[in-house]
Every structure is written in C-alpha cells, then in structure tokens.
Design a protein around this ligand. Sequence first.
Ligand code: DC
Length: 256
Amino acid sequence: MFDGGTPLATALSDSTTGHTPAVPDDQPIIITIDGPAGTGKSTVARQLAKRLGLGFLDTGAMYRAATAIFLDSKFERDEIGEFVSKVMGADLHFDWSMDPPVILAWDDPYDDRIRDPDVTATVSWVATLGELRRHMVRKQRIIAAQHPRLVTEGRDQGSVAFPDAFIKFYLDAEPTVRAKRRSEQLKLDGHDVDESEMLKRIVERDRVDSTRHDGPLICPDDAIVVDTSAMDVNEVVDHLEAAVRERLAATTRADG
Ligand code: DC
C-alpha cells in the first residue's frame, strides 16, 4: 500500500537516480499518465520522468493556474469568453529549471497559489469549460513541440492531447484508498482533514471529471491500466518503467 510504503510527499526526495536512462538522448517520446485524483499520478510521473531522463508536464497545474486567474480576477461564471482570453494572455508555461517545474502566468510563479483550498474547490468546474480545454490542449501540444521528451500527466493526455503517444498509462485506485492518501498528504502539510469528507469530495470530483462533455476522464482503449490500491510509489514507478523499457526494446527490434 502507499500507506505502508514510501510516503507520497517524501518519495521524490528519495527518488532513485541510479537507473540507466532507458530513452536515447535524441529520441522524442511522449508518455501519458491519466487517472483520477489520489492515484499518486503526479509523484509517479515525476519519478518516472527522472528515471528516464525526460521532462514532466503537470497539466493539472495548468487548470489550477487558470482557476487562480478566474478567482483573482473576480470573473462571474457567465464571463467565459473574457476569462479564456485572459488565460490566453497569461501565456501559461513552466520554468523547467526548477524541480518540479514551476507554473508561470505572465512570467510570475503561480505554484504557491494553485494549491489553495478555493482553487481546489473551483478547479473541477473550470475544467468543464470546453473553450478553455481547447486552449489548454493547444498549449500542451506547443509545450510538447518545444520539449518533445515528456511524461505528461492529467485526465485527457492519452485520449485527447496526445492520442499518438509512445505509451499510455491509466492509474486507478479504490476511492477509499485515494481519500486516505489525499488526507495524509494534506495532514503532512499541516491541514486538518476529515477523511470521510475527503471521500465524498473525491467521489464528487470523479463524477464531474468523468461526465463533462469536453475531455472527460476516460481510460483510452490502448492504455495500460494499473490499479495502485495495493502498491507503493516505488512499485508503481518500477512497473511503469519496466513497461516503457519493454516497449522501447520491442520498437527497436521491430525497427531493426
Ligand atoms: O491533478 P489535479 O488535482 O492537479 O487536477 C486539477 C483539476 O484539473 C481536476 O479537477 C482535474 C482537472 N484536470 C483536467 O480536467 N484535465 C487535465 N489534463 C488535468 C487536470
């Protein structure tokens, strides 16, 4: 279990760095990791990217930054056109010299603001906006064109943003396990958390994320599904890394 293994919040600082990069330096490669909240996607994606010598794209941070802009600019929910124009003007991108990369809007760091409770409470709604999603997907493809060696993580990366990705993963876990992980993470950050309340919020967020019209959370047909309920972070990363190495080897054999 994640609970008994490496804690999510500290896993990165212990991250394995001794692995031989599996991906040749000059090979473009997009690896997608999708799945619901609390599956450890971000931590796993960051560690996998490190092991393989790739960049890491946190698309949830982009939706969170847009949400911060929505709230801080005091837009009303019917001012979608104005809101999306403002997000376009903010030119969301990442400072890749930081670990993890820091999200920037108008070249200002937004990484502190995007985890605030008001952003977390509103982001699911913001992520339902088709006009915004189309802009985000365009932006993600521009980022990938500039950084073509990426592990990208979100809800629609394999299904919409990068349907031709080299390999796609879909991480899942029991809702109760995900609620426990999220609660423990927040407790580590000094927040007071009610686990049953967290479970309700996670189930509701799953519902909103999977039923929206544009870019719903779905498991792409060609994704490798990993149920992380009974796995710790390292086990998940090992599993994904092995799958990438296997596919690379198969591709090399097919090419040769
Ligand atoms: O992974 P996260 O909790 O930081 O994601 C924040 C929100 O953004 C969550 O409600 C799902 C949404 N999201 C999305 O709709 N599509 C993505 N590619 C990434 C995140």
